[in-house]
Design a protein around this ligand. Sequence first.
Ligand code: FDP
Length: 345
Amino acid sequence: MPNRKVVTIEEFIVKQQGGFPNATGELSGLLRDIGLAAKIVNREVNKAGLVDILGITGTSNSSGEEVKKLDIFANDQFISALRTSGECCGLASEESDDFVVLESENAQNAKYVVCIDPLDGSSNIDVNVSIGTIFSIYKRLSDPSGDCTLDDFLQPGRDIVAAGYIIYGSSTMLVYSTGQDVNGFTLDPSIGEFCLSHPAIKVPKKGLYYSINESYQHRFPKAVNDFVAYCKCEDEKTNRPYSARYIGSMVADFHRNLIKGGIFMYPSMRDYPNGKLRLLFECNPMAFIVEHAGGVASNGQKRVLDIMPTELHQRCPIFIGSTDLVRKAEHFIFKNSLSLVHEEV
Ligand code: FDP
């Protein structure tokens, strides 16, 4: 067996920083702190069945969903890691209604803000199914002499400086990009380090998986159902039918499709014109990752990263993954909108 040198995430971040002569090391520090908090959350996720941390708290988050204890634990860990890091002046979390200004002495004058979904896929916690953390980092727009403001968070995804996710699965992985390649690091529990395992990830242009919660079929727009029917159709030339895979944990569904090729969809629905997923906490970071891996993220009509957010907890329909599949879904949506116009004439 070839003896490959192990590269830890710390070494990798330092090496990457070396490629930018003007880098101050703040972004590197922030990424390292997120990695450290992820290890602590991972430890708790792994023993979730053993300690009294599993179960619901009886409260709801800002989107009215049940909050699990582990969500709160993860939220607290990331806030505290970022508070002490000194490189971040504020953060917005999917678990909190409003953003938090980090007022510690360290955080003053810091030039970055972070958006985080501390524990995504939380309905899967109790049943030992993969869950994840999603993060994105932006340069603040406000004057560094004062507190950060809402506008620092309401930036389009194309202005993300770095984004990534952690998947707590059969192994724990941290995948991130600073706007160049997308690299994946697997946690080696024997040394407690994230080690480079998936360098320069590229999402296959064509995919063989489609991921959508089909139980909502009767609430989806016709174009989405037409596209799903297309995925199921027999066609040797395009390797159809594609296989359905839906874990119900965006990080896990996204991660599989990133590595193997496929499309993840959470479209608009009757009564939910913007779908379920949040633009700032879920859609934008994943869109940033997929684009840097050579894939596409669309709301059905336009690039997710070009949407101008107007509120922290804004939702957004999403079609994300392999380029050919996402473009095909967009084509169905476009075709359907044309036929609607024709019907109206
Ligand atoms: P969850 O509610 O379990 O936290 O936005 C959160 C999310 O999971 C995603 O991770 C997942 O893809 C989606 O919601 C699942 O929603 P449905 O149960 O409606 O399919």
